[in-house]
Design a protein around this ligand. Structure first.
Ligand SMILES: Cc1cc2nc3c(=O)[nH]c(=O)nc-3n(C[C@H](O)[C@H](O)[C@H](O)COP(=O)(O)OP(=O)(O)OC[C@H]3O[C@@H](n4cnc5c(N)ncnc54)[C@H](O)[C@@H]3O)c2cc1C
Ligand code: FES
Length: 316
């Protein structure tokens, strides 16, 4: 049985990840997704070998320095975790907060240092030293001089309700560098693009669409945004205006559980998509939002002809 060594203390790991093992013993390492996605739990091994899975998605330079993701690290042999802060925290100023709907808050941030990102990537936001959550970037570096987040209020959550109640312009907060691979890559301007989102899953898609359009994408760009009710949809006017301005962009808002006004599709977003987009051969597909929608969407898009390497997803 392997042990986790921290600050001179050797702890039997049992079946736990390094993160859970340390947390159970009162050692707080910041964490958010617990699935190797957000990189909040980035830690460094002072000694011991690191399983490859725990370094998936890290930069070569981080791997060379023995950084690893503690939440998905299950080492076979003893590992010593260095006592240092793995995540690079960057200061940012809250420049605006605005309700986009009853349960979506638009948050504008101005990083206090140069910040390079791609629309659709995500940052990690620190509520305090150990409480961190990931939020996708709806802004586009070439179009916007601030970062835009869409935060959905999750009842009973530690961070999102707090942001609704307490975050205000002028606040100084800490974020991380951007991460994630859900963004527009130029090079195939005539390829058709399908984007499917639920709830605040619109955030990365909104960034990706505006990025593709400003980079001169000529293929079709089709967005389906789903919610159970009319009130759950947001940025409807902005998206309709964008569709009027760009012939190759179309927007289909979908409502699944309540009365459906004219101009909206009725049904679960994925059912609406599949009824209208039977053949996805050669398409690039982005899926963001509810994990079950993203999981089924990935399968269905593949079955409809999209190549797995052309399907990008952020489940949350
Ligand atoms: C890559 C990525 C990108 C994301 N982008 C966005 C985005 O753009 N916009 C967005 O809104 N969200 C996004 N998320 C989700 C976001 O990071 C948070 O998970 C979300 O805001 C909820 O955080 P919270 O602190 O409010 O809730 P949490 O505290 O994480 O709680 C979540 C739920 O679990 C319940 N819960 C908490 N603790 C317990 C417990 N001990 N026992 C039982 N139940 C419990 C809560 O009641 C709540 O319902 C993203 C996530 C990822 C991984
Ligand atoms: S908490 Fe480990 S990668 Fe997100």
């Amino acid at each position: 049985m392997s042990r986790v060594i921290y600050d001179g203390q050797a702890i039997e790991r049992g079946d736990l990840s390094v993160l859970d093992c340390l947390t159970e013993h009162g050692i707080n390492i910041p964490s958010s997704c617990h699935s190797g996605l957000c990189q909040t739990c980035l830690s460094r091994a002072a000694s011991g070998s690191i399983p490859a899975r725990a370094q998936t998605g890290l930069k070569e330079t981080q791997i060379a320095q023995n950084y690893f993701l503690a939440c998905v690290c299950y080492p076979e042999h003893d590992i010593e975790v260095a006592m240092e802060d793995g995540v690079n925290k960057l200061p940012a100023l809250v420049s605006g907060v605005k309700h986009l709907s009853a349960d979506i808050l638009g948050v504008h941030l101005k990083p206090q240092h140069p910040f390079n990102y791609r629309a659709g990537q995500f940052i990690n936001f620190f509520k305090d030293e150990n409480t961190v959550r990931s939020y996708s970037l709806a802004s586009v570096p070439e179009l916007d001089d601030e970062l835009f987040l869409h935060v959905r209020k999750v009842p009973g959550g530690q961070v999102s309700p707090w942001m609704f109640e307490h975050l205000k312009p002028g606040d100084q907060v800490q974020i991380t560098e951007p991460a994630g691979e859900c963004f527009y890559v130029p090079g195939k301007p005539a390829q058709n693009i399908l984007l499917v989102g639920t709830g605040s899953g619109l955030a990365p898609l909104y960034g990706i669409i505006r990025d593709a359009l400003q980079q001169g994408h000529t293929g079709k760009i089709v967005l389906y945004h789903g919610s159970t009710s009319f009130g759950g949809l947001y940025l409807v006017d902005e998206l309709r205006t964008l569709a009027q301005k760009h012939e190759n962009f179309s927007y289909v808002p979908c409502i699944s559980e309540s009365a459906v006004p004219e101009g909206y599709a009725s049904g679960m977003v994925l059912d609406v998509v599949l009824a209208r987009q039977a053949d996805l051969s050669g398409w690039r597909v982005f899926l963001c939002g509810h994990p079950e929608m993203v999981k089924s969407g990935r399968q269905e898009a593949f079955l409809a002809g999209a190549s797995m390497s052309e399907i990008f997803a952020d489940p949350f």
